[in-house]
Design a protein around this ligand. Structure first.
Ligand SMILES: [Zn+2]
Length: 252
């Protein structure tokens, strides 16, 4: 099985689909990897994660991604579009779609972000990936649940297979997120992967590889020790593709 996965930022695909990508030989195409201009003010996220210079931080993140791709025995491809925090305008992704189309053409299976969590870049990457997958002749894709956003309120009861707490409905939150991301649950077939002990250990290693991001994502060693259920599952949906020109494929 030859998988090509689209990742909005350096870390998203590897954190969300570590089991599928961990089989080895995958191609992970990351869209928003451009270095910011030297001397720009440090972005709020970079500040939150302890950086004093966004250019240095993005270089660190590129190096982290190389390590993570090594752990997955995957090939990382960077499309070098500027991410939301390093740009002023909406990006023109036509060139990225063209490059993605070439990269997805030889894949048996295409994995894209579902855009759970409401990040503009995730939605843009998904829509660009959908355009590319259609252009490359694929009739379906896998949408991965963006991790750790998908577990902002824990795993929904239908994933974990046990009732949730009385005063917290994570399933409602996820359904609401999917609606916000313009996903139609009726068109999606969920695929739940329960991680084995070996897969959990491998995922913890991948998380640790993205060391500048893990604590702010609440995935540091102390976070995982306090709530080991974070590594219990990976969630994705199989989605049939709409033909070219279908309004459902347009970015809202
Ligand atoms: Zn992201």
């Amino acid at each position: 099985m030859n998988i090509a996965a689209v990742s909005p930022h350096l870390d998203d695909a590897a954190l969300s689909a570590s089991v599928a990508l961990g089989v080895g030989g995958a191609t992970v195409v990351t869209v928003f990897t451009a270095l910011p201009a030297a001397g720009i003010p440090v972005s709020w996220w970079d500040r939150l994660t302890g950086a004093t210079d966004s250019l240095d931080r993005q270089r660190e993140r590129l190096a982290e991604d190389t390590v993570a791709m090594g752990l997955l025995s995957a090939t990382g491809v960077h499309l070098d579009e500027p991410e939301a925090l390093y740009r002023d305008d909406e990006p023109d992704l036509d060139g990225a779609v063209q490059r993605m189309t070439e990269l997805l053409a030889s894949a048996d299976e295409v994995w894209l972000p579902s855009a759970i969590g409401g990040h503009r870049d995730h939605l843009l990457a998904r829509q660009a990936g959908l355009r590319a997958a259609v252009a490359a002749g694929h009739s379906r894709v896998m949408l991965y649940a963006d991790f750790p956003y998908v577990i902002a309120y824990g795993w929904p009861s239908w994933v974990a297979g046990r009732p949730g707490g009385s005063y917290l409905d994570a399933a409602f939150w996820l359904a609401d997120q999917m609606a916000s991301a313009r996903l139609d649950p009726a068109a999606l077939t969920p695929v739940i992967t329960r991680l084995t002990a070996e897969q959990r250990a491998a995922k913890a290693e991948i998380i640790a590889a993205y060391r500048t991001q893990a604590p702010a994502l609440r995935l540091g060693p102390a976070d995982l020790a306090a709530d080991p259920s974070k590594l219990d599952y990976e969630l994705a949906w199989q989605m049939p593709l709409t033909p070219p020109g279908d309004p459902a494929a347009a970015v809202p």
